[in-house]
Design a binder for this molecule. Structure first.
Ligand SMILES: C[S@@+](CC[C@H](N)C(=O)[O-])C[C@H]1O[C@@H](n2cnc3c(N)ncnc32)[C@H](O)[C@@H]1O
Length: 479
């Protein structure tokens, strides 16, 4: 690996006697992991057909073996898990989103942190996942769908437009900032090519702008987690010191209150600061978190949990109630009532969403965007004027005289919440993901949830013992 000379010199100056150990880490194989998705997979992770070892700082995280190709398995397509670099799993663990929270993931594509946060929300509250680049926002939206997230809005906005739209709105915000990516060097040749000392400064300026926008959106009393996958102090400890200097209404909460401190996680270093700061700021820098690749198994990360002074307020639920279901919802509501089961025994995220949907008389939460119908999160806010890719749970599409259920709805559902499902063998699951028809019980008719090992893969339409394939063409793959 050809590391940039300026990077080597700088790391040598920063790490001093630790540098040799840091550098020799580049000879090791890159770390690789997956995170089980509690929204879709609630069995013992040991049942997954892979060699897994727990990641100490993420309860759903595991080291995996790249050569076993967990990314090319029907369970991956079902959203049972998400492939994620293990040190990146520390960020959502540090945020500690709880069911009911109103959360924003400001720089969210491709969706690693968002999908982990969605798991913690368990279908309650709201997650706004935003990405500035349209192509990346599309991938983010696909991952939100694959992982069966029903309470997420996906936007393609700049941080300042979002901040204008949502002043003091969110209770928790993640800023997983675009950075110089020094922690990506072992994974990604392009990160090495694009790196320069000047790039570090460019990233720092952009991060300052993004942090200012995040501050405008965070409620008093709220929590913001800032993170990067770089080692550059300008983008890590120093930007936190800069932020505290400009925002005395924030403090850094100690990562040790939230994550285990016996597994190689370390504190940020005051000695790395780029200029002098007040003692009140210096004292807080060791509360920030460092994951070093020579101290644990992970590519490296930095994170800080910032608390804004004040008290959290709840966002009111949507107000205007329409007593009668409007005509244009008739087909959709008939489909939902005929196909889904409300379960009081189940306390899963999907069971909660199904119950919420079928008992909802606030028909403003069912909203058409063109012919596409969405079930909006319950909290009251407007999406008008924003570029929205996903306005909550995509329920389906209005076609001539009929309603066609959406792939996103299937991905959110579990087999015990539908009246009709077909459980695939592995061969059938693979055939289904290719786009092929599969045989089914001759008594079955119409829309059928296709599942594999109890996890939903999509819709099929049953007729005469055959399931017509409704797996979206753009997602079809050859495993
Ligand atoms: C570190 S990545 C995010 C990774 C993501 N949080 C995850 O866990 O999958 C940073 C993201 O910020 C986006 N970005 C780039 N410039 C930006 C800007 N000016 N404002 C906001 N986001 C930006 C990038 O496109 C990228 O998707």
């Amino acid at each position: 690996m050809n590391l940039p000379q300026d990077f080597i010199t700088r790391m040598q100056e920063l790490l001093k006697e630790e540098f040799d150990s840091f550098l020799s880490g580049y000879q090791n194989t890159k770390s690789y992991g997956l995170r089980v998705n509690p929204l879709k997979y609630n069995k013992d992770p040991k049942a997954l057909p892979f060699t897994l070892t727990p990641v100490p700082w993420a309860k759903e995280g595991f080291y995996a073996v790249f050569e076993e190709h967990p990314g090319r398995h029907p369970l991956h397509e079902s959203g049972a898990y998400y492939i994620q670099e293990p040190s990146a799993m520390s960020v959502a663990s540090l945020l500690q989103a709880e069911p009911g929270d109103i959360v924003c993931d400001l720089c969210a594509a491709p969706g690693g942190k968002s999908t982990q946060i969605a798991g913690h929300l368990a279908g309650k509250g709201m997650l706004l996942s935003n990405e500035i680049y349209p192509a990346r926002a599309k991938i983010l939206s696909q991952n939100i769908e694959r992982l069966g997230v029903g309470n997420s809005v996906v936007c393609n906005e700049s941080p300042d437009r979002l901040a204008d739209h949502f002043p003091l709105f969110f209770q928790k915000i993640v800023v997983d900032a675009p950075c110089s990516g020094e922690g990506m060097f072992r994974k990604d040749e392009i990160a090495i090519k694009e790196w320069s000392l000047n790039q570090v400064q460019v990233c720092r300026k952009r991060q300052e702008m993004i942090l200012e926008c995040a501050d405008r959106m965070l409620q008093p009393g709220g929590v913001m987690v800032y993170s990067t996958c770089t080692f550059a102090p300008e983008e890590d400890e120093d930007i936190i010191a800069w932020f505290l200097e400009n925002h005395p209404d924030y403090m850094v909460e100690d990562w040790k209150e939230y994550l285990p401190d016996n597994c190689g996680l370390e504190s940020g270093r005051t000695a790395f600061l780029c200029k002098e700061y007040d003692d009140s700021i210096l004292r807080q820098i060791p509360n920030t978190l460092r994951l070093w690749p020579h101290k644990l198994s992970g590519e490296g990360h930095f994170a800080a949990r910032l608390r804004k002074k004040g008290t959290i307020t709840d966002i009111p639920d949507k107000k205007r109630q329409r007593k009668k279901a409007p005509k244009e919802l008739a087909d959709c509501l008939a489909f939902l009532n005929d196909s889904l089961i409300v379960s009081d025994q189940e306390d899963s995220a999907s069971a909660g969403i199904v119950k919420d949907m079928l008992s909802c008389t606030d028909y403003n939460r069912f909203r058409f965007f063109g012919d596409a119908l969405y079930f909006l999160p319950e909290k009251s806010f407007s999406l008008d004027t924003l570029k929205v890719l996903r306005a909550g749970l995509h329920l389906g599409t209005r076609k001539k005289n009929r309603f066609e259920p959406a792939h996103a709805l299937a991905m959110m559902l579990q087999e015990n919440l539908v009246k009709q499902s077909h459980c695939c063998t592995e061969a059938e699951a693979t055939a289904y993901l290719h786009g092929e028809t599969i045989p089914c019980d001759a008594s079955m008719k119409s829309w059928t949830l296709v599942t594999y090992q109890g996890v939903s893969l999509g819709w099929g339409k049953a007729q005469n013992g055959i399931l017509k394939n409704h797996y979206p063409k753009g997602l079809r793959i050859f495993l």
